[in-house]
Design a protein. Structure first.
Length: 172
C-alpha cells in the first residue's frame, strides 16, 4: 500500500498546526546554511521505536521566501559572530577546566607539604584569580551571545512581517 507524501494542517486551539506524514505535529527548526540563514522549516520530530527514533523525513518551509538583501547579509553576519563566540566560550571553558585541574594537582601537593606550617601556596591564589577572570569572560560572552540571538530573532520576525505586508499590498 502506497503512503501519501503530502502534509496536512489541522486546527488545534485556533492555531494551524502542520502534521507530518507520520501524523505527528511537525517541529519548527531554523536553518543556518549559506543559502538559507535563519530560515525556518517544518520537519518530522520522529517517534520512539524499540531502539531509537524513526522519522518520515518530512520537510516544508515555514518562511515563505528566502532571506535576501540586507537581511541576508545581517543574518549571515550574526551567524558568524555567534559561531565565533561559541568557539571562544568553548576555548575559555577548556582553559578554566585546565586551570582548575592544574590548581588541584599543584595545590593539593603543596598543601600537603605546607600543611604543618599553615602557609597557603602562592600559585593557588594566582590560579584562582585567573579562573575567576576566565569565568567572568565566559559570562560576558554568554550575555553577548544572547543579545545577538535576540537581535537575530527580531530581524527574522521583522523580515517576515515586511514580506507579509508587502504581499498584502500586492493582493489588495
Amino acid at each position: 500500500m502506497a503512503e501519501s507524501s503530502s502534509s496536512s494542517t489541522i486546527d488545534k486551539k485556533k492555531a494551524k498546526v502542520v502534521v507530518c506524514n507520520c501524523n505527528i505535529e511537525a517541529k519548527v527548526l531554523q536553518a543556518w546554511t549559506v543559502d538559507n540563514p535563519g530560515r525556518r522549516f517544518y520537519t518530522c520530530e520522529g517517534r520512539r521505536v524499540s531502539n531509537g527514533y524513526q522519522t518520515c523525513n518530512f520537510f516544508r518551509w515555514y518562511d515563505v521566501e528566502k532571506p535576501h538583501g540586507w537581511q541576508y547579509t545581517a543574518l549571515l553576519g550574526a551567524r558568524n559572530v555567534m559561531r565565533q563566540q561559541r568557539e571562544e566560550i568553548s576555548n575559555l571553558q577548556n582553559q578554566v577546566r585546565e586551570l582548575i585541574l592544574e590548581n588541584v594537582r599543584n595545590g593539593g601537593a603543596v598543601r600537603l607539604e605546607n600543611e604543618s606550617s599553615g602557609q597557603n601556596p602562592p600559585d593557588s591564589d594566582l590560579n584562582c584569580e585567573a579562573c575567576e577572570a576566565l569565568r567572568g569572560e565566559i559570562l560576558v560572552l554568554n550575555e553577548r551571545s544572547m543579545v545577538y540571538r535576540n537581535v537575530l530573532i527580531t530581524l527574522a520576525i521583522k523580515f517576515t512581517v515586511v514580506i507579509c505586508v508587502f504581499m498584502g499590498i500586492l493582493k489588495w
